[in-house]
Design a protein around this ligand. Structure first.
Ligand SMILES: Cc1cc2nc3c(=O)[nH]c(=O)nc-3n(C[C@H](O)[C@H](O)[C@H](O)COP(=O)(O)OP(=O)(O)OC[C@H]3O[C@@H](n4cnc5c(N)ncnc54)[C@H](O)[C@@H]3O)c2cc1C
Length: 450
């Protein structure tokens, strides 16, 4: 009898899980269900002034910290997109500080300087910075050792660029895992940073990021094309144990249908996962807060912008905009004659009222703030614009998040084949989500076969 595995969630984690299942066992009946009318979750390419624009995630790390290609690059290669992977230009990013654009400092890890300032030299604490398995916020580790300005001006905006989150809330172990591991042995932050950097197996000088020519949705489509049964517009409302496997309730409450599965991968954000896991005895779903963001993309007539890939804006500077990318500076393949595209991101965790504005008001705010930061009176009228809102977009991992995930996974072990995957558990970046999906697929297969 053919075994069926259902993957709930057709974001990159769910798609990677389904792809892994079919790669390892081509005979499996693998079904992917997603509630939206399209696949990809936070990966979505749209159009702007007749060109491409990323409505969500824009690029991915191409190297794995342990060496070799990242899981995202491997997935792209496996689905035939190796030749479509392109890298950013060498244009630098800046930080908006004190009314000007400053270079991001070099010799840092996520904005944390490798060397202690002369004014606050390292004082070994007599014990390692973190106990084994311990966790603190990034701010708690860095503020006392490098000062508030370093955190507020560099670490916080860099973390904000990834998580829309704040250094004083985010888990060190999730945001900077190599530094957390090193801090279990090192007695000073300087030693921990040196160890974390030495542990990286990334090839020096190799490009760090890549994207897909034709857009991130091309990766989604290419993975989906390898799968036998992908259904969008299908909401999974409940899951329950049924026989030796699972029964899913799908669709609207009035016309609910059921679908039975031998194995299940839940690759959805934390809140829907918690609702689905309510029907599974003895498990503790992970509770997680999310930051919401809005991206405002403007296609301007050819405009001279600073010679940068973009800039970050520290929360202390008093702007709603937290980051801006100059798309055609950063990505050579996106350059077009007569058009300059920038994309600004608005929304920091805890500052959601900025997102209550209408699309028109958000565009006006971005135009005003960007003009002020780059030092021009006004931006030219745009040829086209897009406002892309992501409610509940980016997980805000608090210290000890990993322990809560382990507890959930231990609880799931007592049940027929079931695994959770995605940004809610294993990291926000696309490579982490791909690895998470693949690992979930392998765990479900191991249970089905064992
Ligand atoms: C604006 C933005 C920009 C980003 N930029 C980058 C970037 O440049 N690089 C990078 O590495 N990362 C980036 N990220 C992060 C990264 O894109 C995400 O963390 C990642 O894509 C999440 O993948 P996922 O599969 O875990 O979840 P999601 O993409 O959220 O997919 C989950 C899917 O589950 C579906 N679903 C939910 N509930 C149900 C249900 N009950 N039944 C059926 N389906 C359901 C949803 O419709 C969704 O499609 C960005 C994120 C955002 C929001």
């Amino acid at each position: 009898m053919t075994l069926r595995v259902v993957v709930v969630g057709g974001g990159i984690a769910g798609l990677a899980a389904a792809h892994r299942l079919r790669t390892l066992r081509p005979e499996l009946d693998v079904v992917v269900l997603d509630q939206r009318d399209r696949l990809g979750g936070k990966l979505s390419t749209g159009t702007l002034a007749d060109g491409l624009v990323e409505r969500g995630a824009e690029s991915f790390l191409v190297g794995d910290p342990a060496g070799g290609p990242s899981a995202a690059l491997r997935l792209a290669e496996e689905v035939g997109l190796a030749a479509a992977v392109v890298h950013p230009t060498p244009a630098r990013a800046a930080v908006a500080l004190d009314g000007g654009l400053r270079d991001l400092p070099s010799g840092t890890l996520m904005g944390i300087p490798f060397k202690a300032p002369d004014s606050a030299p390292d004082v070994p604490s007599g014990s390692p910075l973190l106990p084994p398995g311990g966790d603190v916020t990034v701010g708690a580790l860095v503020r006392p050792r490098r000062g508030d300005a370093v955190v507020d001006h560099f670490v916080d905006p860099l973390l904000g660029g990834v998580y829309a989150g704040r250094a004083d809330r985010l888990s060190l172990r999730m945001a900077l895992p190599a530094l957390a591991a090193a801090a279990e042995r090192a007695h000073t932050l300087t030693d921990a940073l040196a160890e974390a950097v030495a542990a990286s197996r990334r090839t020096p000088g190799a490009p760090m990021f890549g994207t897909i020519e034709g857009g991130m949705s091309r990766l989604v489509d290419a993975v989906a094309a390898t799968l036998p049964d992908v259904r969008s517009g299908v909401t999974v409302r409940a899951v329950h144990r049924h026989g030796g496997g699972w029964r899913l309730t799908l669709g609207s409450t009035r016309d609910a249908e059921t679908l039975d599965a031998d194995g299940l991968v839940l690759a959805v954000p934390a809140a829907p996962a918690a609702r689905l896991l309510a029907g599974v005895e003895g498990v503790e779903p992970v509770q997680l807060e999310y930051a919401s963001v809005a991206l405002v993309a403007l296609a301007l007539p050819a405009t001279k912008l600073p010679d940068l890939s973009g800039f970050l804006v520290p929360a202390t500077e008093g702007f709603a905009v937290k980051a801006v990318t100059f798309f055609d500076r950063k990505w050579a393949h996106l350059r077009r004659p007569g058009v300059t595209v920038l994309r600004a991101s608005v929304g920091r965790f805890g500052d959601e009222e900025q997102l209550q504005r209408t699309d028109g008001a958000l565009v006006e705010l971005v135009r005003r703030e960007v003009a002020r930061i780059i030092g021009v009176d006004a931006l030219p009228d745009e040829l086209d614009r897009g406002v892309f809102r992501w409610g509940g977009a980016l997980p805000q991992y608090q210290p000890h998040h990993r322990d809560r995930v382990s507890t959930l996974r231990e609880g799931l072990d007592a049940h027929p084949a079931i695994a959770v995957a995605g940004a809610a558990y294993d990291g926000v970046g696309i490579p982490a989500c791909v690895t998470s999906g693949r690992t979930a697929a392998e765990a479900v297969l191991a249970k089905l076969e064992g």
